[in-house]
Design a protein around this ligand. Sequence first.
Ligand code: FCB
Length: 416
Amino acid sequence: MSGESFLRFPENFLWGTATSPTQVEGHIENEWTDFTASDGGNCRIACDHYHRYPEDIGWMQKLGTNAYRFGLEWSRLQSAPFAPLNQTELARYLDLLDRLRAAGITPMVVLHHFSNPSWINAGGGWTNAATIPAFVDFVRQLVAALKDRVHLWNTFNEPDTYACVAYLLGGFPPQQKWKLGQFRKVIEHMARAHVQASRVIRREGIAAGRKPKVGIAKNWTFFHAHQRFSPWDRTTAFACHYTFNKFVLDAFLGGWRRRASTFIGLNYYGRVRFHHFRAMIPASGAPVKTLKDFGFVCDDMVERYPAGLEKILPYLQRKFHLPIYITEHGSASADENFRERDLRQNLSALHRAIQSGADVRGFFYWSLLDNFEWQFGYSKKFGLLAVDFANEHLPRSMKPLAAVYAEISRHNGISA
Ligand code: FCB
């Protein structure tokens, strides 16, 4: 596997997969338990990763991956603010971590991924500043329990998406709409919690002389106007960029807060273009035919924009001078050829960005498994592995893209 057309990634590069508790574990008690998605599905069983994680680690090995990004579900681990951790649930996560270690798979642990315990939501969730010390206490206890096993910590997954979809678009619980004040509060409180939690992780997470790494995962979406000369669509695109990208990055990483993080996690899927105020993407219900007529290349969610990686990575590198992990990237489609093309294009763009100086340390494919995709339920197929949800045993099987990814991770690169 060498030659001119082979794009080799840096030594020790992490090739991983990613999941989140609500989307794969099942048997969870949080605000999603009673939520019914647009396809009628719910997360009560999901992929039953809660019981099947040993098997799923076996699949990760078949994929040749050396890293796994997953969440620890707060609602399982604490029953009230400042309560001690539930030892049975903790033991289960410890077992998962031990099995990962035995399989040679580096864990990246996510502490908040779109879900909260009911007692946090009852108090107003992240709109209430009292959530900050409760979360930091949870993190302190976890770090004490896991510091020998975990060295890569992701505090918040996509705070921008969470605050936007829960408080502006009404798609996630508590399903509120156009509450800009709440959106801002959630971001500000999460940013303060990130700074405090990071201090705890960096101070108390040192084990055997090994310094922990900590950062958020920021979703970066490019917002553009379909017609460059439409002032209204340009204004809409700018307002979205300002609110979801600039405001959020400044809150978490601006000024002195930048010192809280040792890396930046980037979740990158693509872009949204506006036409007559409308977001022209499948996830917002834009008709597939119109998108085709416009010449937009989309998966089942957003417009694909591999070239964007060559813009955002150098920008983050220049601005923050921190190592970067691509904490999520993937596509949802029934067309595996499309997904393979898309992955190759994005990884080629990533490779070019690295060649030009971006310090990227790893890539986590979203997702290991087809899973519960929040408000869309099981209709969006992001998995490298298919799950047969109609069969009570939830059998997994490799999709064609899984073989492609296995090849990439085993050879630490792609043939272009
Ligand atoms: C990201 C989320 C993840 C999943 C993917 C498709 O925004 O972090 O849980 O929904 O998108």
